[in-house]
Design a protein around this ligand. Sequence first.
Ligand code: CMP
Length: 230
Amino acid sequence: MDIDELRKRSVVFAALNDEEAATLMQLARVVNHPAKHVVFQEGEAGDHLLVVMQGRVKVSLISPDGKEAILSILEPGDVFGEMALLDGEPRSASVTTMENCAFLVLWRRDFLPFLERNPQVALKLLAALSKRLRSTNDMVGNLSFLHLPARLARILLNLGQQYGKLTAEGIAIGLKLSQEELGNLVGVSRESVNRQVRLWVESGVLDYTHGTIILKNSDALFRESLNAER
Ligand code: CMP
């Protein structure tokens, strides 16, 4: 991803002119990681943030007995690691690559003075944090108020909106997700997700082979997502 692309896709670069963007690039380093690499773990100290340049990562919480709750999936242009950088507290979640990834790394000692000189970037970052809080609120609301089919339907429709491609068969979600990961995204066991997915595959609502999901009848999923209270 070049500077022009970064300015289109990343809040950190969006509000910068050519010269400011080039200055920020000079402060950054590019790192590459293969798929399934733990970029950092919840609880570690953190003095840098990362901008995704290539690939996708998952942000998750891991329970003491190893269960995972996926908070978000981030893609090129997205920033993570800004929380520990800004408040000096430990990392609030773990981040793992889902594919081969490239990141731009920026350190606190460089980035905070840069933010002071470029308050428009701080405003963009605040807006991005607000958006993130909104989607976490949605997730908490869904977990608290919706039963499994509605929750799963909402998540699948969101994934379709974010990562979907229209094909002859329906909306193909361009993410390889195991049923376990899907469960971790919805907040239920793999078995429960499995059961619901099987029902929808049998009734032609979706197709699910080798981790690739195709939404064949998004109207039916949408109706299911409105079928709210648990
Ligand atoms: P940090 O706390 O430094 O390390 C973990 C990162 O995960 C955090 O910064 C954010 O960038 C990201 N993160 C934490 N919670 C969420 C969330 N609810 N949604 C999306 N991203 C998050």
